[in-house]
Ligand binder design. Structure first.
Ligand SMILES: *Cc1c(COP(=O)(O)O)cnc(C)c1O
Length: 425
């Protein structure tokens, strides 16, 4: 096996930046990305035969750890019968039943192939249903890379300094109103200033792409109330939080009923999947029943459905959310204790298996306060952890993820390593 450095040198010649998704690049923390040849449980095995405790979890999907035997067996069983049929298949019905059963607001659901497709389609559906053009999003929320949503975006767009992408026509961008998260007055003002024009509000109910940020008490209820008042649809982007914060996502934990919900990541069990669903009367606006067109050659793919179903059934059987939260609290407490010992102002927002580490004295509640985090110090912390065998996302503005496979020695070792890394900053 060629080394990571040799692979990256070849990749740089052939793939822009050497990566097929910018979040994998190390440009904001410095250095070159490593290549992974295998992953098991909480561990990545690099092309250089290093073993790393992984807190990226393939950016969210791997809630059961990598290469879980039950998911692997489900994919193998589906593979026996073929990889794609271009017709409806039985797995699609089972997947839809599981999603409708667990996500409180979803009455009907359409499968697609990525989170980006899910949010792009949900926005189009909201516009078609309401016959209005404008949408509201929040600074730092990332909803994939479609034109309407790549405005003041988080994740790699923020990490690499392009929250407003080149190539998005100004005429499209004008239809997207960007507001600060956690600010109900700004939201009320935007509705008042654009009467009858706002099709919907899309948000990460818990933000995971500007680091991890939770809403202030009452914020989500206020967003629900104002959207209902003005006849705009409320779209929860739960691509990251669905089946992770709770089986039914943030909406289950917070008792908020959005009109539409976007899913992805965990529901694919590690294969490429997205979905969007919600109120039946809205979903019935989709082709072939209604006038809003949306389609996909590989949507509802049997291998992807089999993997996702196996992962969701495992969540149903194990109900691991209390255990995951205990892991998250253990990690948060260890990092905060090390930071306190060092006299380093640090925020560690955490809920269940999501967390992030901001080196700042300012409580983080939106895009602006997230940017107060010391990104240079984070880069040093990132490399100190990596050198000792812990892999965090290579950006000061990404959430960390835990899996059930972190239970036991992995979490203890990771807490020790992160504490040492902080002590030596
Ligand atoms: C990852 C993510 C997306 C995009 O999903 P892809 O599968 O990468 O296209 C959209 N929204 C949120 C909240 C995400 O975390």
């Amino acid at each position: 096996m060629p080394s990571s450095d040799a692979l990256f040198a070849r990749a740089l010649q052939l793939i822009p930046g050497g990566v097929n998704s910018p979040v994998r690049a190390f440009r904001s923390v410095g250095g070159a990305p490593f290549f992974v040849k295998a992953a098991r449980g909480a561990t990545l095995i690099t092309a250089d035969d290093r073993e790393l405790i992984d807190f990226v979890c393939t950016w969210g999907p791997a809630i059961h750890g990598h290469n879980h035997p039950v998911i692997k067996a489900a994919i193998a069983a589906a593979l026996e019968n073929g990889t794609s049929f271009g017709t409806p298949n039985p797995y699609e019905v089972e997947m839809a039943e599981l999603i409708v059963k667990f996500v409180p607001s979803i009455q009907k659901v359409r499968m697609c192939n990525s989170g980006t497709e899910a949010t792009m389609s949900a926005i189009r559906l909201a516009r078609g249903f309401t016959r209005r053009d404008k949408i509201i999003k929040f600074a730092g929320c990332y909803h994939g890379h479609s034109d309407s949503l790549l405005i003041k975006a988080g994740s790699g767009a923020l990490t690499h300094g392009h929250p407003d992408s080149a190539g998005v026509p100004a005429a499209f961008a004008r239809e997207t109103i960007v507001l600060p998260y956690n600010d109900t007055a700004a939201l009320d003002a935007a509705f008042a200033a654009n009467p009858g024009q706002i099709a919907g509000v899309i948000l990460e109910a818990y933000c995971g792409n500007v680091g991890f940020i939770m809403p202030d008490p009452g914020y989500l209820a206020a967003v629900r109330a104002v959207t209902a008042q003005y006849g705009a649809l409320l779209i929860f982007d739960e691509v990251m939080t669905g089946f992770r914060i709770a089986q039914g996502g943030v909406q289950e934990r917070e008792h908020i009923v959005p009109d539409l919900t976007c899913l992805g990541k965990i529901i694919g069990g590690g294969l490429p999947v997205g979905a969007f669903g919600g109120r039946a009367d809205i979903m019935n606006y989709l082709a072939p029943l209604g006038p809003v067109y949306q389609a996909g050659t590989l949507s509802g793919n049997p291998l992807a459905m089999a993997a996702g179903i196996a992962g969701l059934r495992l969540l149903e059987a194990l109900n691991p959310y209390a255990r995951l939260d205990a892991l998250g609290r253990q990690l948060r407490d260890a990092v905060l204790a090390a930071a306190r010992a060092k006299g380093l102002p640090t925020q560690v927002p955490q809920c269940g298996s999501m967390f992030s580490i901001f080196f700042t004295a300012t409580p983080v509640r939106d895009y602006t306060t997230a940017l107060t985090g010391d990104a240079k110090l984070f880069a040093r912390f990132f490399h100190a952890c990596l050198a000792r065998g812990v892999y965090l996302a290579p950006s000061a503005y990404e959430a960390g993820f835990l899996s059930t496979a972190h239970e036991g020695p992995a979490i203890d070792r990771a807490c020790e390593i992160m504490s040492q890394a902080i002590a030596e900053l």
